[in-house]
Ligand binder design. Structure first.
Ligand code: OXD
Ligand code: MN
Length: 583
């Protein structure tokens, strides 16, 4: 046995002993194994069979009503020094965190099976991919990890060859919100998660590994782990240009990743290819460009709002081999959620007869888990071990006013400053007041595994290594008029903006320089085939006074991160403020 397998075995035995698991099962990722687990979960009612005629291979999981979302207040980054975790993370001393978790895990798998889940984040043969092993007592987690990652035998043989892997231990415990913690130990490349079966807390390959731990690994190894979709834009000449884009939640990331071009664009040959919808690992290539892989193999998407109108590509993949979590069910046993169609469901997400006075039928954070390969716009390049070359990085947010439809940074440093200070208005999807401006740097606020200021410095350093860096843009699909109505149609029409973006990357489109960035002249955004012409003057306008106020607020925000904030960003901020004052 290789020494890496020996180390893995030793760790598995040690966890099995400590948790007093009844048995240990090594997962190979095969269909037979999956079928066995599904039938076990149907017996235990962890899964409910949906209509197998209309939805073959589709199942519903109803989670504990107390366990339906990520728990940021119970999520910790446990670095030796508190300063290294930064003000952007909850921190706990690693010794204290280990003691707490050891106590929780002691004997917690009595009567349960411990599943060993080896997985690979990224194409299995890619040098950019990284490995992990999750130990879990939840067969639901195993079934989801099989869809979301390259899981099983092939990952194990790569671990055997390479040795290094991220260690994750997970138990649903008693699903008690008072005994629930998601602990990250970046310096040890390990994760411990107790008391939750919910995706982001329990599928450790996703947010825990591919963002929090990977962002730390990436800093040490010279690359970036980002909360970004990856999309390929094919023009009528057949050239495909790749864009990576970061948006906070409820800003339409999955829809953008699976965008269907407007009819006139489709007719002239435009196509959009989906490489990823949530996470992107960016590596500098030998040719001075930045290459992206999607470390995931599936989508864990929000169901409500997904329809034939908003995201036909997503809908098309959800009638086979999909695990639904906390959606409602129709009389015929089909999955249903708000926004899907005008039917009325028979049972809500908790299995109760649907009664609109008890709230929505599907939980607002109900999800689908499905393999990426089922997506009609799935790009074969998602399997390319080298990744895809990125032309443009896009930062987006939801702002009723101020931020134009699209704007290009003057250069990499300015782009990093825009990303580091990006803001979005809160939506009804989150608790708290609606319409409040929150800064969410690079959409990584809940996911960066170390101090934000060091992360921004790392972004600057990665840019410094690129002779052909991507251009950086900011977009805002959510501008409103005086009556509060959206000015821009959004969805498929966002391709009109992406067209300008990719053309700018190849010096094929014009721009006007302003103190806050380059904006397109109104005639550079193609709306010729739109019946109702949006007000591009407003959408692309720059109001100097309001921007000056914005940059003052940004200055205050950056100061929360103290002395570690890179001087280059402060200088650039002062430059922008000066240029605005001189206007
Ligand atoms: C997600 C999230 O589930 O960002 O992707 O919360
Ligand atoms: Mn996400």
């Amino acid at each position: 046995m290789s020494s890496s397998l020996e180390a893995l075995n030793q760790w598995v035995n040690q966890v099995a002993t400590h948790t007093e698991a009844d048995q240990v099962m090594w997962c190979d990722g095969s269909n037979e194994e999956n079928e066995r687990l599904i039938s076990l979960m149907l017996d235990s009612q962890e899964l409910i069979e949906l209509n197998q005629e209309t939805h073959p291979g589709c199942y519903l999981h109803r989670s504990d009503p107390n366990d339906v979302a990520r728990v940021e207040h119970l999520t910790f980054v446990c670095t030796q020094s508190q300063a290294d975790a930064g003000p952007n993370n909850h921190w706990m001393d690693p010794d204290k965190a280990h003691a707490l978790m050891d106590e929780l895990f002691k004997g917690c798998m009595k009567g349960r099976t411990l599943y060993v889940v080896p997985y690979c984040m990224g194409p299995i043969d890619s040098p950019l991919a990284r490995l992990g092993v999750e130990l879990t007592d939840s067969p639901y987690v195993v079934a989801n990890m099989r869809l979301m990652t390259r899981m099983g035998r092939s990952a194990l043989s790569r671990i055997e060859k390479e040795g290094q892997f991220v260690r994750g231990v997970h138990s649903i415990g008693e699903l008690d919100p008072d005994r629930r913690y998601i602990m990250h130990f970046p310096e040890e490349l390990s994760i411990m998660s107790f008391g939750s079966g919910y995706g982001g807390n329990a599928l450790l390959g996703k947010k825990c590994h591919a963002l929090r731990i990977a962002s730390y690994q990436a800093k040490n190894e010279g690359w970036l782990a980002e909360h970004m979709l990856i999309v390929g834009i094919e023009n009528p000449q057949g050239e495909i240009r790749y864009v990576a884009a970061a948006f906070p939640s409820a800003c339409g990331k999955t829809n953008l990743a699976m965008l269907i071009p407007p009819e006139a664009y489709r007719e002239s040959g435009w196509k959009v290819w989906t490489v990823g919808d949530d996470i992107c690992w960016l590596h500098p290539g030998d040719d001075g460009r930045l290459y992206a892989i999607n470390p995931e193999a599936g989508f864990f998407g929000v169901a409500p709002g997904t329809s034939a109108g908003t995201n036909p590509n997503a809908l098309a993949m959800l009638d086979q081999e999909t695990i639904f979590t906390n959606v409602a069910v129709t009389e015929d046993g089909e999955p249903w959620w708000e926004g899907l169609d005008d039917r009325s469901p028979a049972a809500d997400w908790q299995g109760r007869p649907f009664d609109p006075s008890q709230g929505p039928a599907a939980h607002p954070n109900s999800r689908f888990t499905v393999s990426m390969k089922r997506c009609p716009s799935y790009s074969k390049q998602a399997e390319n071990p080298r990744g895809v070359p990125i032309d443009a990085i896009v930062f987006g947010g939801r702002r009723a006013h101020l931020t134009p439809l699209v704007m290009e940074a003057h250069d990499w440093t300015h782009g990093v400053l825009i990303g580091a200070t990006m803001a979005s208005e809160t939506t009804a999807a989150a608790t708290g007041a609606v319409g409040v401006i929150r800064r969410d740097p690079m959409a990584m606020k809940p996911f960066c595994g170390y101090h934000f200021a060091d992360y921004w410095q790392h972004w600057l350093e990665v840019g410094g290594k690129l002779s052909r860096p991507p251009k950086i843009f900011q977009v805002n699909w959510f501008r409103r008029d005086n009556q509060g109505r959206f000015i821009w149609p959004g969805f498929g029409d966002n391709l009109r903006v992406l067209e300008w973006i990719v053309q700018r990357c190849h010096d094929e489109a014009d721009a006007i320089s302003t103190p806050v960035g380059y904006v397109p002249p109104a005639d550079a955004i193609n709306v010729s085939d739109l019946e109702e012409k949006p007000d591009l003057e407003t959408l692309l306008g720059i109001e100097t006074d309001a921007w000056l106020e914005e940059w003052m607020a940004i200055e205050g925000f950056l100061s929360e991160y103290g002395d570690r904030v890179p001087r280059a960003l402060i200088h650039r901020l002062e430059g922008v403020k000066q240029a605005l004052s001189d206007k």
